[in-house]
Unconditional design. Sequence first.
Lengths: 510, 510, 162, 162
Amino acid sequence: MFRKILIANRGEIAVRIIRACQEMGIATVAVYSDADAGALHVALADEAVRIGPPPPRDSYLCADCILEAARARGCDAIHPGYGFLAENADFADAVTAAGLTFIGPSGAAMRVMGSKTSARAAMQAAGVPVVPGYQASQTDADLVAAAGELGYPVLVKATAGGGGKGMRVVADPGDLPAALASARREAANAFGDDRIYLEKRILHPHHIEFQVFGDAHGNAVHLFERECSVQRRHQKIVEESPSPLLDDALRRRMGEAAVAAVKAVGYTNAGTLEFLVEGLSGAIDGMLSFYFLEMNTRLQVEHPVTEAVTGIDLVKLQIRVAAGEPIPFTQADIRQRGHAIECRIYAEDPANGFLPAIGSVLAAVEPVGPGVRVDAGVTSGDTVTLHYDPMIAKLIVLGEGRADAIGKMLWALRHYVILGDVVTNIPFLRDVLAHPRFAAGDTTTDFVDECFAAWQPAAFTPPDLAFAVAALAEVLSAGSGVAASDLDATGDPTSPWQQANSFRMGTGAR
Amino acid sequence: MFRKILIANRGEIAVRIIRACQEMGIATVAVYSDADAGALHVALADEAVRIGPPPPRDSYLCADCILEAARARGCDAIHPGYGFLAENADFADAVTAAGLTFIGPSGAAMRVMGSKTSARAAMQAAGVPVVPGYQASQTDADLVAAAGELGYPVLVKATAGGGGKGMRVVADPGDLPAALASARREAANAFGDDRIYLEKRILHPHHIEFQVFGDAHGNAVHLFERECSVQRRHQKIVEESPSPLLDDALRRRMGEAAVAAVKAVGYTNAGTLEFLVEGLSGAIDGMLSFYFLEMNTRLQVEHPVTEAVTGIDLVKLQIRVAAGEPIPFTQADIRQRGHAIECRIYAEDPANGFLPAIGSVLAAVEPVGPGVRVDAGVTSGDTVTLHYDPMIAKLIVLGEGRADAIGKMLWALRHYVILGDVVTNIPFLRDVLAHPRFAAGDTTTDFVDECFAAWQPAAFTPPDLAFAVAALAEVLSAGSGVAASDLDATGDPTSPWQQANSFRMGTGAR
Amino acid sequence: MARTIHLQSGEVERAVVVEETGGGFVVRVGEHVFAIAARGGEGGRLDLEVDGRRLRAYAVRQGAQTQVALDGETWRLERTDPRRRRTGRAEASGSLQAAMPGRVLDVLVAPGAAVTRGDTLVLLEAMKMELRIQAPADGQVARVLVTPGAVVERGQVLVELE
Amino acid sequence: MARTIHLQSGEVERAVVVEETGGGFVVRVGEHVFAIAARGGEGGRLDLEVDGRRLRAYAVRQGAQTQVALDGETWRLERTDPRRRRTGRAEASGSLQAAMPGRVLDVLVAPGAAVTRGDTLVLLEAMKMELRIQAPADGQVARVLVTPGAVVERGQVLVELE
């Protein structure tokens, strides 16, 4: 087993990986940009190395800086997390060439399955239908011609992409050149790779993905599906397992296709096969069709829902498999139990086009309790900056069934307090979870656009009680003996309250 | 379903029940003694009613006070938690007579199964061996004679008891009268019932209990076992599921016996059948013997380990079954998955005979993350008083297997910070979890006495780094501009630190 | 002893009167009178009993703003000084502001240019995303206040239309 | 600027010298020199980098005592004033103290009584449990300092033996 792992990432996923290493008795080295010197993942690691200034291309995307840090600190493996260099085959190869272990698939497997073209070919060879698409050339002329053949609307996607970064829906041929240019810039910035891929747009699909795992001993399993259809700006915001759409027969067919593909290419470590499944409106004779979309050759953001329903720790499994151990269970051992939902808590304003609304987090109070898990990268006193993804945390619940899980998530969202400059999507998520279409499991990928296009919070004017509480807070603060000076984001906004302890509940009032 | 439930308890179990009600959309009414006016369960409930002064007999054991509160606040059900009135059949009857629902078994079933005599008879009728014991008379003369017949050592137990309260081991006949008097006083104080029961002491047993559930529709299931052999002063401190001792065959026999007993007496709601199982040293032809010990007719402290491995929320199930719903699954649906361990975090000094070491809790930082659950009744700023059980919290982990769960628990214990007047048993629990006999699953009920009789912390002298940190803390505090006055327990001990934010990590140091 | 606090949210302004009583407070918001017992805790926590109902609220202050988390909602209230009446907002209609902090990638219009509703005027980059600042209506560019490469704050005016 | 803090734990006393440097602190504990960068957080949290190793510690002060949680251990350190030397502990050997706060249920001995090791002298009730205060050795009761029904604090002397 490894002695010391460098985590080539930041935020909640770096914290998550450090945590798994701590439980396994493996030392950790964090890396950070200047923007993250005080970040949670830096505080929790055993060691931390500054790798550059805030822009990702100068720090978290700087393969050489990260390799140098790993060498200098005597690491024997690197975990890339998701995003940044996680799907960069050259980086995986460079790690291996440096004599370290890359905790993920081989560079070669990444090139086969990470490229949409070759992954689609591999899946077609395995008998799985794929979404029509085009990646043969990168010239505008060829792409425009290909789009005409696919038929509009087409999707413009970053070849190296994920998470909606670089993605554009183009309905009008005249808009394609501008979309290509813009998507290339965004892709280059996010992934260091500006290649573009065109895909036919399937209408009203569910986005359903299968978690797969392969090891160096020829074993491959799937860990069932995640339903990821609730998206805004082409990015998942609510994920769950099991999918309310799949029946056992379709679940089995898709799982078998996923495992066959993994085995066919000798894929090792964690990966995810994404499918589009036509909703019930597209079913022929009651049979749903599914299309392979792409493979993500890394851990997914939404891996905790799989961990919740299968009871398997995917990060520990990644580490064990990378260290050469066989997968310690067979397909028959794995069962889904209960129902898990994840909500991504973003510093963004859902009433304003989901634009990031970043800044300080003065107070963050996470919900806790049976069946509730919070994977957070930001805590009280931190700042969400413009440099990176504005996700504050992932909130995951495990309930006995779907209705119980929805109730638990609504409880957790209602008890998640985040105050500060940031505006969060929590009220929006609550409305999504409470929507009749969500309750019915009828969450196609256009659900959010269709049902929440003009979303606004239920009320703009605070209730009288909010005025009362704010005034009371002001009085208690003044009465604490602390000068009633205003507190800025770098000070301590909470101490006046703590000193107000002497205002205890009056017991004679009832 | 109920609209409003009164929780006739305090501390972590009251918090736990309030939480289940919140997720189910049921309003809650807390009750509290004067010692608990600022307690967590009071803050979290929708309403709260003072029921009396701190001594339990004047508040949490005052059935009339609690019924009056339930009536005044318009409750339709009462959840008793564990301890206090939870196994008081008269209270259960009084609740029912008042037109409210008691969330637990009927008073009649409580009398049958709560009494050790009739429970033993019921179990014997069901073909289950029982531990020899005596309860026919309460006179000293009869009890002394009975002890002679059972053979010393004998156990003196409170008939209404649980949790080791009132329990005495008597090895010498001459010590029996004093032990009887002392146990009676303690039992009367803890349970409002001074009746005593004698039991033969089985040597080196495992304490293994089965969680059972019955509903009003004639269904009964068990939810597998909990291994509760790690005890100090006859009180459980570490519980786990599955038991490392049981094999599938014995697990099935014990589970079937448990369900048969529940069905035989028409028991409804949650209950626990406690067994003594002779360890491997007592096995005949490789077969282990088990003896019925007693039944607890309520939720157990350690119910979370069952929730973790079965995925079933026992409190919600209690509420649903009390409301007349059938148990929504069959025996075949229930499976243990993974391995769960619970550690009870007490304000007590393990190096000083486990005597309570109570007082203020200045800072409590609970471990969080995948597979970790903390059920706490005490938070930062609270005080553990002499009036009630000194349990601060229950720490529960769920791992993939036993070794993984032990690693996770060691991680969690290392990351549980409790500072203040209280001394906690955390260092002791860590040594218990790290002991070779615990790793081997060889935890008979005398394990703690045998292996930790003269336990002391590994070191008395702080490492140099602790001196350095304390001094640094002093300097940072003085440098914050706050007068370096001493802070008392009612003030805010933490604010100087928050104001030291300007002392950030030097990034040029490496 | 009663104290009056002036608070504002959007266009709604309230004078809130807080009076300390034996065991707690009486708080008047317009005609609404609350009897409140309060206990402060860590991180801005306030455990309240309001007219017999328990509530866990959070309140933190930042500048003149107090943020209140109550029953799952977050409210931002500004403390105002009634002696200094505000003279109306400074926002000129027709000005386009940055909705978030970021960097100007490109400015696609010059002063005097005629623009049609939906035309992209400025490209902003932030959080690894590209944002288009588009004309909300037909008009003419009055002023361009940023150049490519500039770092802008939230609310900063980028372009003025007329 | 260096500052010296005197700290004591049990019989061990240390003069700790804390010197602020550009990016952090140099802290000397005897011959042990630590280079420490520190960042404070909520609830007494201190995120430290000590000689290249990151540590999350917690420290809170209560009276003259500072409690430090470090690597899963809790340490209690007393700040001392080296100008005021302590004159030795006031504990008389042979005195029996309450190990926890509680209520005296019964006193079973009187001054002058001869006691044998293991004899119960006082019955205490606390936390719903009954505790026996037993003679640690053979001896004679010098003084009895409590009566039944009395509430006692931790460390309070109950009986003195000679």
